[in-house]
Design a protein around this ligand. Structure first.
Ligand code: DLZ
Length: 160
């Protein structure tokens, strides 16, 4: 059975503050769709161009460090990590996926800035295309919506 995305809160708006989209370069066309999805989710909820920075890293393995540094910079209210890892002949992808997932979680926890996990961990290119604007939605868009929700949640928790 095909799983559906959890219902995200579509009523929230961006408000003040800048968002970083940190995007790996591997699988360029699929990445472009994820970046477009994240960008349009932010702008359709009120973000201006100057509130969105797109920062590029060589591959998904480099996402955690770049996201952590972006979060520490004080410039951003949230950092959205985007990447596409496709299973290869060796177990290389497992190391990239696990390192990225763990590193991104730690970056968020260490900095207190939401770091979103928009990494596709797919067996095939087709699975990735399905999740980058295809029949399973756009995971870049979902990560951006989750970022807006987390920023609003932290504002509620902190009372500002
Ligand atoms: C090396 C590598 C491989 C095999 N596959 C991917 C991939 O599918 N997606 C991705 O984002 N990056 C890949 N990389 C590159 C690594 O993430 C990393 O950039 C290099 O190992 C250099 O540290």
């Amino acid at each position: 059975m095909q799983k559906t995305a959890p219902s995200l809160d579509h009523t929230l708006t961006v408000g003040e503050g800048r968002y970083a989209i940190v995007a790996a370069r591997w699988h360029a066309e699929i990445m472009d769709s994820l970046i477009d999805g994240a960008r349009s989710a932010l702008s359709s909820r009120g973000a201006t161009e100057s509130q969105i920075d797109v920062l590029r890293v060589p591959g998904s393995f480099e996402l955690p460090l770049a996201c952590e540094q972006a979060a520490l910079s004080g410039k951003y209210v949230a950092v959205i990590a985007l990447g596409v890892v496709i299973q290869g002949e060796t177990s290389h992808h497992d190391y990239i996926n696990m390192s990225a997932a763990y590193g991104l979680m730690q970056a968020g926890q260490k900095t207190g800035i939401p770091v979103l996990f928009g990494l596709l961990t797919c067996h095939t290119i087709e699975q990735a295309l399905d999740r980058a604007g295809g029949k399973v939605g756009n995971k870049g868009e979902e990560a951006a919506l989750a970022a807006i929700e987390m920023v609003n949640l932290l504002r509620t928790i902190k009372g500002n």
